[in-house]
Design a protein around this ligand. Structure first.
Ligand code: PLP
Length: 259
């Protein structure tokens, strides 16, 4: 039995039957860091690695009840939020965060699958910005999500991304991690942006190929390190390292040069 004092990450998100993304990835990642998880499922999805075939959102009250029960049962030291599906679920999650203001929340603002299927209703985007983001320690948009969230064109360079990031920061999250993986160029630069500090650039070499669930993994790894009381910047650096290592392993497997 889990001891109540073991720090847990409360994972709030959707299931993905393929195992490529969603809560399966979250649990895998957080467990690999040695932190326990508890769950609030927001939606059940029917997916292969190529397509989202069906999405069944939970009732918002059921999501809030799962969160409250998980918080009651465990020592929750961080909350990781992924797919939210509807505006009512966004509002329900925000209500429970407001009841627990001291627990850091990391929001991966999941808007659509890589195959292009919306995973959040378009009308819920405004609710997410207004009601949820101000309650979050960190929000982790990629460049596409950043453009949609700020009603802008896709950022053409880092300066553009920074401008959009500053606009989103004004919506109230304490910090943003802008994931630059979708930008052109030889490297992949993420930018950690907050009101207290100058922007921090985090560079990684770009690897060929793509892997599903990297957004889930990164936000989960950051939440797991925050749960272990690491400062935000260290948690982000550790999270990025983990995702890079997973990417490298999968790349080596696919190219036949690894196990
Ligand atoms: N399904 C669920 C439940 C997710 O949470 C996410 C992303 O967070 C996805 C699908 C999308 O994953 P991918 O971009 O790898 O298709």
């Amino acid at each position: 039995m889990a001891l109540k004092q073991d720090p847990h990450v409360l994972v709030v998100g959707g299931s993905d039957s393929s195992g490529g993304a969603g809560i399966a990835r979250d649990i895998e990642t957080i467990s690999a860091i040695g932190v326990r998880t508890c769950l609030a499922i927001t939606a059940v999805t029917v997916q292969t690695h190529d397509a989202v075939r069906d999405i069944r959102p939970m009732q918002p009250g059921l999501v809030a009840d799962q969160m409250r029960a998980a918080l009651q049962a465990n020592e929750v030291a961080a909350i990781k939020i992924g797919m939210l599906a509807t505006g009512q679920i966004v509002a329900a999650v925000a209500t429970v965060l407001r009841e627990n203001p001291r627990i850091p929340a990391v929001l991966d603002p999941v808007l659509a699958s890589s195959s292009g299927r919306p995973l959040l209703q378009a009308r819920a985007i405004g609710v997410m910005k207004r009601d949820l983001m101000p309650l979050c320690r960190l929000v982790t948009p990629n460049l596409i999500e950043l453009a949609i969230l700020t009603g802008s064109e896709l950022a053409g360079d880092d300066d553009d991304a920074l401008r959009q990031g500053r606009r989103l920061l004004a919506a109230g999250p304490q910090a943003l991690l802008i994931k630059g993986g979708h930008a052109a160029g030889p490297g992949s630069t993420d930018i950690l942006l907050s009101l207290e500090q100058e922007p921090i650039r985090l560079d990684m070499p770009r690897l060929a190929g793509s892997m599903r669930g990297t957004g889930c993994m990164l936000a989960s790894a950051i939440a797991a390190h925050l749960a272990g009381a690491k400062p935000l910047e260290d948690s982000v650096r550790e999270g990025k390292r983990l995702v890079f290592e997973k990417f490298l392993q999968s790349f080596e497997r696919e190219s036949g040069s690894g196990a």
